[in-house]
Design a protein around this ligand. Structure first.
Ligand code: IPE
Ligand code: IPE
Ligand code: MG
Length: 246
């Protein structure tokens, strides 16, 4: 972790997003362009993760959600899934001291029971080790799918209705939000997708309702701090109307 936010001309006091969510896409294409194995692209992508976590921390962004592995990604070749799980575990282990040093708390959202046992154990360790940190929240979407999340929420609410804990007429938007994996976390203000795809690929279906969206053609391993800052400046120029008139 090297460069400092202060080196960049950037006004941090004006309308910064509190929660940034990123679909980190394009690792495979990055590798393919270089005639490398897709896994090399994922390895290179980890460096971009470190750059962006550092930038967010320096800018005092409260929450950074990174889409690291979707429920659909389980359908990739076994060898790629295995390599991704290995990379994830290594990242978590190597990054723990840095997270602690920088007061960053780790949270994970998704169907964690589908993850290999050793990865789950590592996640638990890092969550525990960083639980007291009060700075930024690094929220990893892992084995995550928006439709699964909504389905799980419906089941959880249904159980409470069946047991009489919640009356059907009391179900409102806040009850729904409180039973999603993201309970207690504000919705993203800004959602960035790299590699140019104009879709959300089952990411945060409920939470992105009013997020500003920015799609860049840059492949994730090539995504720099400078480009991130440029996107934040673009965000600052937007008029968020939330259905009202400005
Ligand atoms: C994103 O890169 C990382 C994951 C989905 C795990 P991809 O692996 O999807 O890269 P492309 O889209 O094939 O280039
Ligand atoms: C979305 O990327 C999931 C992650 C970045 C983890 P994908 O590469 O899986 O999405 P599609 O297949 O292009 O929609
Ligand atoms: Mg992709």
């Amino acid at each position: 972790m090297s460069s400092k936010a202060s080196n960049v001309e950037y006004s941090v006091d004006d309308k910064l997003p509190r929660h940034v969510a990123i679909i980190m896409d394009g690792n495979g294409r990055w590798a393919k362009k270089r005639l490398l194995n897709r896994v090399k692209g994922h390895e290179k992508g980890v460096e971009a993760v470190r750059r962006i976590v550092e930038a967010c921390r320096e800018l005092h962004i409260s929450v950074l959600t990174l889409y690291a592995f979707s429920t659909e990604n389980w359908q990739r070749p076994q060898s790629e899934v295995k390599a991704l799980m290995g990379l994830l575990k290594r990242f978590l282990v190597e990054e723990t001291p840095e997270l602690s040093k920088n007061n960053i708390r780790l949270n994970v959202i998704g169907q964690l029971h589908r993850l290999p046992e050793d990865v789950r154990a590592t996640i638990d360790q890092v969550r525990e080790a960083t639980a007291v940190n009060s700075g930024m929240l690094l929220n990893l979407a892992l084995s995550y799918g928006g439709r699964t999340e909504i389905t799980d929420m419906v089941r959880a609410v249904a159980v409470k209705v069946a047991s009489g804990d919640i009356a059907p007429e009391d179900i409102d938007e806040s009850v729904v939000a409180d039973h999603l994996y993201t309970a207690g976390i504000q919705d993203p203000d800004l959602m960035i997708r790299t590699s140019g795809e104009m879709r959300i690929s089952n990411f945060l279906l409920w939470q992105l309702a009013y997020s500003e969206i920015f799609v860049t053609p840059t492949l994730w391993p090539d995504f720099t701090r400078e480009e991130f800052l440029t996107i934040l400046q673009d965000y600052q120029r937007r008029d968020r109307r939330f259905g009202r008139v400005s």
